[in-house]
Design a protein around this ligand. Structure first.
Ligand SMILES: NC(=O)c1ccc[n+]([C@@H]2O[C@H](COP(=O)([O-])OP(=O)(O)OC[C@H]3O[C@@H](n4cnc5c(N)ncnc54)[C@H](OP(=O)(O)O)[C@@H]3O)[C@@H](O)[C@H]2O)c1
Length: 174
């Protein structure tokens, strides 16, 4: 099973800034010389990342573009990168919602946040898992949010029972 130090091909979602960008560049610099596929919406930032190394590839994706779009994205990834063995989910947004003033809650924003931070991750996991099962490796899920209270706990425990070894970022890098 791969861990990050021997992963061959790593897809980093949310690589155009913050944690994802730092992880993508740090992983690119590993001695194992993995291919790093950086993903996000902002093409100019993806281009800038690609200019930092030949093993950095890019793909534009909007996590909230819908189930069919994510299905096609997952298919494209495993077709273009059959050696893909690691996925880091770092795309995320975080708004503040004050439920003491419910009339001010922007439900469109709330839906976008849930879609980006949760639904798209579970959807992509669903579409990518057959590839990882074929490879007999476990993908590396990353949780940008506190995951004590979300579906990922279930995902992890189920995988543990099956003998998979899901890992978490960024704490796994410590
Ligand atoms: N930084 C912290 O200390 C911290 C602590 C706890 C949790 N978090 C959470 O961890 C996540 C990442 O944090 P960060 O600080 O790295 O944030 P960031 O610098 O704002 O980066 C967010 C990344 O997510 C991508 N993204 C956002 N919406 C997207 C969408 N619809 N489709 C595809 N990509 C999308 C952005 O790329 P594009 O805009 O190019 O699409 C960007 O690369 C966030 O959810 C944040 O709330 C951060």
């Amino acid at each position: 099973m791969p861990n990050i130090t021997n992963a061959k091909c790593v897809l980093v979602l949310g690589a155009t800034s913050g944690i994802g960008r730092a992880l993508a560049l740090a992983i690119h610099d590993l001695e194992s010389h993995p291919t790093v596929i950086v993903a996000g919406r902002r093409q100019e930032r993806l281009n800038e990342l690609c200019s930092q190394g030949k093993r950095i590839k890019s793909v534009q994706i909007d996590s909230t573009s819908g189930r069919e779009s994510l299905r096609q994205f997952a298919a494209k990834m495993v077709s273009e990168y059959p050696e893909l063995d690691t996925v880091i989910f770092s795309a995320g947004i975080q708004h503040t919602f004050n439920f003491n003033e419910p009339e001010k809650i922007d439900l469109d924003k709330l839906e976008a946040e849930l879609g980006t931070n949760y639904i798209s991750i579970v959807t992509l996991i669903t579409f990518l898992t057959p590839h990882f099962l074929k490879l007999s490796v476990s993908p590396i899920p990353s949780l940008p949010q506190d995951f004590s209270n979300n579906p990922w706990n279930t995902y992890h425990y189920r995988n543990r029972r099956k003998g998979f070894r899901p890992l978490l970022f960024p704490s796994h890098l410590d």
